[in-house]
Design a protein around this ligand. Structure first.
Ligand SMILES: NC(=O)c1ccc[n+]([C@@H]2O[C@H](COP(=O)([O-])OP(=O)(O)OC[C@H]3O[C@@H](n4cnc5c(N)ncnc54)[C@H](OP(=O)(O)O)[C@@H]3O)[C@@H](O)[C@H]2O)c1
Length: 362
């Protein structure tokens, strides 16, 4: 792949985590990127390959500084000054809490920052309530632009600090925004969101409940009534607080994928053909959002490994409910893929750059 003169120097903080690895995989194919810095919580003397032997083929010399192989990049303990000297842009793929501090330090040093955590997505009070800790300083929080790409392009393009949406939030918002913005939902009636995720959504750290023996042939809800993506979804649906959602998150025994099933009480009778046509018109120009014809249903395997989102519509005329189903890969459109899509918007690159991977099937 040919290197371009306009290559952007990119750092990945949290390169040994699931989102970090997905960023490496995706950005290694990007023609306008040099990955110049990778960091984690500890030094890895053997470079990326020490912990990720499957990255051995990411050796395209055009994508690193000095023509060195990407896999040989040394994972460093994060240092904001070293990172700022090495990069123009930093992707931060750290757990909430650490991520905000790191993003703030890099933002203050003048870098453009794309943060994948929940630390910059909510106003201060809501953050305290839902995350149970103090947020980053107001000046940093106030600068963050919420990056749901399809609905926020103008502000993303000029952002210095970008807050990448949550995985459940992305699937749910892409499904609900057209209906809510068109006033199809009955005012005052909560929207019920029944969402399910693969276990990589919980990150790479060792947790007993995520062991194969616990997960395999099992299926259960978690964080019922208190999932932190709830306020993120509500504020985007209606910044004035007029829309409430009841979100139930559930853990699927699969590695990747989110299915969000949204149930909306209709304000007036509509046909499925009307709503389908409306959604089609809304997303017709989008390279990554696809509205399926009535009667079809989205499946995790139809988007796995890709930045695509499939949406399907049904109208239950008997109960007056609109049902909108969406599927994404939580590590792609739900994390690294959307982060790269936002990076492209921020730099004026084609939005699909580096994101050509097709879904893996089966
Ligand atoms: N997984 C998803 O589907 C998903 C989707 C959307 C958003 N997100 C968000 O993206 C972020 C990363 O998620 P993930 O699933 O990729 O997590 P993960 O697999 O647990 O990886 C987190 C990485 O952060 C590193 N780390 C932890 N504390 C650090 C610190 N203080 N300084 C430097 N590095 C530190 C760890 O490095 P070491 O390995 O070196 O300890 C680890 O590699 C989270 O905020 C998450 O909420 C995740």
């Amino acid at each position: 792949m040919a290197e371009t003169a306009s290559a952007v120097r990119v750092g990945i903080i949290g390169a040994n985590g699931y989102s970090g690895i997905e960023l490496l995989r995706t950005l290694s194919l990007h023609p306008h990127v040099h990955i110049t810095y990778v960091a984690g919580s500890r030094d890895a003397d053997g470079g990326l390959l020490a912990e990720q032997p499957f990255l051995r083929t990411l050796t395209a010399p055009a994508h690193t500084h000095d023509g060195a192989s990407l896999a040989a990049l040394k994972v460093q303990q994060f240092d904001p000054d070293v990172c700022a000297a090495a990069c123009d842009v930093a992707f931060v793929g750290l757990p909430s809490g650490s991520a905000g501090q790191v993003a703030a330090a890099l933002y203050e040093r003048g870098l453009r920052v794309i943060d994948l955590s929940g630390d910059l997505r909510l106003p201060a009070e809501a953050y305290r309530t839902w995350y149970g800790r103090d947020p980053v300083p107001d000046a940093v929080l106030g600068a963050a632009v919420y990056g749901l790409t399809e609905w926020r392009r103008a502000s993303i393009a000029t952002a210095q600090l970008l807050s990448n949406p949550g995985c459940y939030a992305t699937a749910t918002l892409l499904a609900l925004l057209p209906a809510v913005r068109a006033g199809l939902n009955r005012p005052g009636a909560p929207i019920v969101v029944d969402a399910k995720s693969g276990v990589s959504g919980a990150g790479r750290k060792a947790v007993q409940s995520n062991l194969l023996g616990e997960l395999a042939e099992n299926f259960y809800p978690y964080k019922v009534g208190r999932h932190q993506h709830t306020p993120e979804i509500e504020q985007m649906l209606d910044p004035d607080g007029g829309v409430r959602i009841s979100l139930t998150t559930q853990l699927l025994p699969v590695a990747r994928g989110i299915l969000s099933a949204c149930h909306v009480m209709l304000e007036r009778p509509v046909t499925v053909e009307e709503v389908y046509q409306f959604y089609q018109d809304c997303y017709a120009a989008e390279p990554f959002v696809h509205v399926l014809p009535p009667g079809q249903v989205p499946q995790l395997k139809h988007v796995r490994g890709s930045n695509h989102c499939d949406i399907a519509i049904a109208v239950d005329e008997r109960t007056g409910l609109l049902q909108v189903f969406s599927v994404i890969d939580n590590l792609q459109k739900g994390a690294a893929g959307q982060a790269v899509q936002n990076f492209n918007v921020m730099h004026g690159f084609a939005e699909t750059e580096g994101l050509w991977a097709q879904p893996m099937y089966p």
